[in-house]
Design a protein around this ligand. Structure first.
Ligand code: CDP
Length: 243
């Protein structure tokens, strides 16, 4: 840099962050993954980190009544992040945990773990460290409000609970679920929404997308167009402020 020239933005501060928040099973993760592939970003699933913390503790202490925040903070010592072509996935001691973290046991207890302030701080630090090095799309509950209040683009995805339950079960069973199965899953989702309510907040500057009547392709295309627009704004801001 020429002597006296103003530094552009400090290294690491000029990375693009796209935040996708919303309630359980609103399609955040699968959408964020596809947006990452199409827009050339890395996908980070913050819920997967809360799930990994829960799985790590379940391995060492199956009796949930004995869980403490200090115990959890020790347990997460074995959780790492593995880079894939389109994003980062949590591991335990370097091993794949994808099936384990999607299981019923982890899903039942993850909201309890996600209420521990120390665990929230741990998850947020993992994600912010990635954001210093990569352009990322992060999905979660509080990404646009707490983790990255200055994200270049914030999207809040919502969908009718019945439709969310139907989609989640179709994915899990790889067949059409029955009405009774959807009804039962809707009950579970609504309960988890209530437990997660305090941290599921729509940022004032987030763009709300109701996906109930959209196909996955439609919602992905909309967000990719928003990412392109956000990139254009960031470039303008950089050239206006960087000279
Ligand atoms: O995919 P689904 O919406 O079912 O859940 P998830 O995104 O995998 O998140 C699992 C759990 O982690 C949620 O039920 C929340 O309790 C917690 N979570 C959170 O508190 N804050 C986040 N940013 C992401 C997830």
């Amino acid at each position: 840099m020429a002597p006296g020239a103003k530094p552009d933005r400090v290294a690491g501060e000029n990375r693009l962050v796209v935040a996708i928040d919303g309630p359980a099973a609103s399609g955040k993760s699968s959408t964020a993954h596809r947006v990452a592939m199409r827009a050339g970003l890395y996908h980070v699933d913050s819920g997967a980190l809360y799930r990994a913390a829960t799985a790590a503790e379940l391995r060492v202490q199956p009796d949930v009544s004995r869980w403490t925040e200090a115990g959890l903070l020790t347990a997460v010592g074995v959780v790492g992040l593995e880079a894939r072509a389109t994003g980062f996935r949590p591991t335990i001691s370097g091993g794949d945990i994808e099936a384990e973290i999607r299981g019923a046991g982890v899903t039942r207890h993850v909201s309890l773990v996600a209420q521990m302030p120390g665990i929230r701080a741990w998850v947020n630090e993992q994600i912010r460290a990635l954001a210093r090095r990569y352009d990322i799309v992060v999905d979660g509950r509080d990404i646009g409000t707490v983790v990255f209040p200055d994200a270049a683009l914030k999207v809040f995805l919502v969908a009718d609970p019945w439709e969310r339950a139907r989609r989640r079960l179709s994915e899990r069973f790889e067949r059409q679920p029955t009405e009774a199965e959807i009804a039962e899953e809707t009950g579970r989702l609504v309960q988890r929404d209530a437990r997660d309510a305090t941290q599921t907040v729509q940022a004032k500057d987030a763009i709300l997308i109701d996906t109930t009547a959209l196909t996955q392709e439609e919602q992905v295309s909309r967000i990719v167009a928003l990412v392109d627009a956000a990139r254009g704004r960031e470039l303008d801001r950089g050239s206006a402020g960087g000279g």
